[in-house]
Design a protein around this ligand. Structure first.
Ligand code: AMP
Ligand code: ZN
Length: 123
């Protein structure tokens, strides 16, 4: 990818990407990292993030088209691998919070992927 953003030294998810903070890894490739949420709402709850520091969907551009598409395609695959129930009676939730009023607490773009039998702790 051309002109990626540099890591943000104050960003907790950049620190996870750099290996400075541990995570329970679900998936990793050159561009993307997935790890279990530290405070899960559901039996399956992991976060899928770009390794590049991008604050939210609000700051993405055309050059991120492939990256965002890869995240959308990867989410269902990882959801099943992590134990979400397949088919219409199962499923999973994909959630992206953007900005403070959008409920975003960690300002590094992340996709929540949640699933597993109900009830969930939240949502
Ligand atoms: P959001 O409100 O969309 O910004 O969600 C941030 C999520 O990051 C929350 O669900 C937190 O539980 C999760 N989180 C925060 N710190 C960590 C961490 N060190 N490892 C894994 N998940 C984390
Ligand atoms: Zn970051």
């Amino acid at each position: 990818m051309s002109h990626p953003n540099p890591p943000d030294p104050d960003c907790i998810f950049c620190k996870i990407v750099a290996g400075q903070i541990p995570c329970r890894k679900v998936y990793e490739d050159d561009e993307l990292l997935a790890f279990h949420d530290i405070n899960p709402w559901a039996p399956v709850h992991f976060l899928l993030i770009p390794k590049e520091h991008l604050e939210s969907l609000a700051v993405t551009h055309a050059r991120h088209e492939l990256l965002l598409g890869r995240m959308m395609l990867l989410a269902p695959r990882l959801a099943l691998e992590q134990g979400c129930t397949p088919g219409r009676d199962g499923g999973f939730r994909v959630l992206v919070n953007n900005g403070r009023e959008g409920g975003q607490e960690v300002l590094h773009l992340h996709m929540h992927v949640m699933g597993g039998p109900r009830p969930w702790k939240r949502g």
